[in-house]
Design a binder for this molecule. Structure first.
Ligand code: Z5A
Length: 213
């Protein structure tokens, strides 16, 4: 089963991913935990370029680098893990391109879908959990987390975008969820981490049961 987590910065994706990982393991499943950008061997280098505030990227370059990262990630990590029978939990995937490069940068959604389909070579997630919260709260959490962990801003290129940009991103994810109701589930990311994990776990369990039928 291939599960992706999406949503704006600071929504709680990494926290939820760790919680789901533990629950899957406790239930006896082998799990591959991964993320974009940066899930493959060359992805680390692409991630640095894509997220560094020092990178002055044309929008076209940014788009093609995210797609290159994804193509390699699917071929090297995701497809082999699924072939081994693992549950794959991925922090961001193709929907981030639809929303950030579509609603954020203004690329045509049909073009993005076509390019994404080339990058994923037909492999789309079974379930996508979209964590929704007001952009002000997501950015507040991300800043707080960076302070607590003494993180520098070497990955802050998107954090530096305006509130208007992040508001478009939130709306973009909600629109995308409405367009793909069979794959996407919107979760309220303002609830406590424990309640969010319980809701996400209930959702993936029912999806897995439905897949077995
Ligand atoms: N991007 C793109 O443009 N196109 C693409 O195709 C792809 C990506 C794949 C990657 O950033 C950037 O690339 C991303 C989109 C773009 N940029 N933005 N914006 P990233 O991988 O570095 O970071 P991120 O994906 O945006 O997420 P994040 O900042 O790491 O946040 P998170 O994983 O969603 O949240 P978290 O780290 O789990 O939690 C943040 C803090 O909130 C932390 O202190 C937690 O303890 C706290 N937290 C977590 N859950 C809760 C709840 N439920 N309540 C209260 N507090 C909470």
């Amino acid at each position: 089963m291939f599960i992706t987590l999406e949503g704006m910065e600071g929504a709680g994706k990494s926290t939820l991913l760790q919680g789901l990982h533990k629950r899957f393991q406790a239930a006896g499943h082998a799990v591959a935990l991964t993320r974009e950008p940066g899930g493959s061997h060359i992805g680390g280098a692409l991630r640095s370029i894509l997220l560094s505030p020092q990178s002055s990227l044309a929008n076209e370059t940014e788009l093609l680098l995210f797609l290159a990262d994804r193509a390699q990630h699917v071929a090297e990590v995701i497809r082999p893990a699924l072939a081994d029978g693992k549950v794959v939990l991925c922090d961001r995937f193709a929907d981030s391109t639809m929303v950030y490069q579509g609603c954020g940068r203004g690329f045509d959604p049909d073009l993005l879908y076509t390019l994404n389909d080339v990058a994923v070579a037909g492999l789309w997630p079974d379930t996508t959990l979209i964590l929704d919260l007001p952009p002000e709260e997501g950015l507040r959490r991300a800043v707080q987390r960076n302070k607590t962990l003494c993180k520098t801003d070497d990955e802050g290129r998107f954090e530096a975008e305006t509130l208007t940009f992040h508001t478009r991103i939130r709306e973009g994810f909600l629109t995308l969820a409405a367009q793909h109701p069979h794959r996407c589930v919107v979760l309220d990311a303002q609830q406590s981490p424990q309640r969010l994990l319980d809701a996400a776990w209930a959702c993936v369990c029912s999806r897995m049961a439905a897949k077995r039928c």
